[in-house]
Design a protein around this ligand. Sequence first.
Ligand SMILES: C[S@@+](CC[C@H](N)C(=O)[O-])C[C@H]1O[C@@H](n2cnc3c(N)ncnc32)[C@H](O)[C@@H]1O
Length: 239
Amino acid sequence: RHRVKVASLCRRALAWTLRLLRGRVCVRSTHAFVFSGCTHGKADSVLETFDLYADTHPSLCISPQTGEALDEAVRRLRPSRVLELGMHCGYSSVRMLRLLPSAGRLVTVELDPLTAELGEEIILVAGFKHSQFQVLTSSSAEAIPSLHSFLQLNQGTSEGLNLVLMDHDPEQYLPDLLALEKERLLCPSGCAVLLIYRNQRDGDRREVLGHIGARPDRYSVKSELQCLTEIFYQRKSTS
Ligand SMILES: C[S@@+](CC[C@H](N)C(=O)[O-])C[C@H]1O[C@@H](n2cnc3c(N)ncnc32)[C@H](O)[C@@H]1O
C-alpha cells in the first residue's frame, strides 16, 4: 500500500513539474492534442484525452473531480435548457451534453473567437450536432440579453433555463446572475446555477453568497464544494 501511495505521489509531482516547465495554457495545443488523440464520435474518449492532456500541460478545463460533481448535478436535474458561460475548449460542454435528455439543448458562450472556433470543433468531434448546442462568440454581458431568441423562450412564460454553469470570470458571476434574473431567463419553477471557483479571491464568492443570502424568497445555496457552489433559484409568484 505504501509503494502505491509513493508511486501516486511521484506521478503527481512529475505532472506538476511538467506543467510548470511547459508554462502557459495554449488553446491550439489543447485542441491539437484532443483532436488527434481521441476517438472521433465518442464523447467519453474526448473527455479522457482532455484529462490526459491536463496531466502534463497547463489547462483551464475543470478537473475530473469537479467534472464528476457536474455530472451528478446534470443527472439529477435532467435539464432541457442549459447555459454555459466560459466554454473554453469544450470540455465541460461535452461533459454536460453527453448527459442531457434527448430534447436537451446547450447554449455556450465564449469571449475569445479562436477559442470559440476550436472549442466548437471539439464538440462536433465528440459527436454532437448543431441541433443540440450553439456557441455564441461574445462576452457573457453581451450574450445574456440576446438569449431569448437563441433559446426560443417567450418572456413571461413558465419556461426558462434549468441549469446555468458559470466558469468564465468570477467577477462577472454576480452581474451576470442579476442580468439573467432581470431578463427572466431563469426558469421560475426552478433553476440550478453552478459556480466554479478555482483559486480566486474569496471576495467574489462572498459577494454572490451575500446576494443569495439577502434573497431567501428566491435563492438558496444547495451545496458548497471546494471548487463548485450550487445555488437554487425559484420564483414562487410570477409578478
Ligand atoms: C476557465 S475557462 C472555462 C473552462 C471550461 N468551462 C472547461 O472546463 O472546459 C474560462 C473561459 O471563459 C472565457 N471568458 C472569460 N471571460 C468571459 C466573459 N466575460 N464572457 C464569456 N467568456 C469569457 C475565457 O476566454 C476562457 O476560455
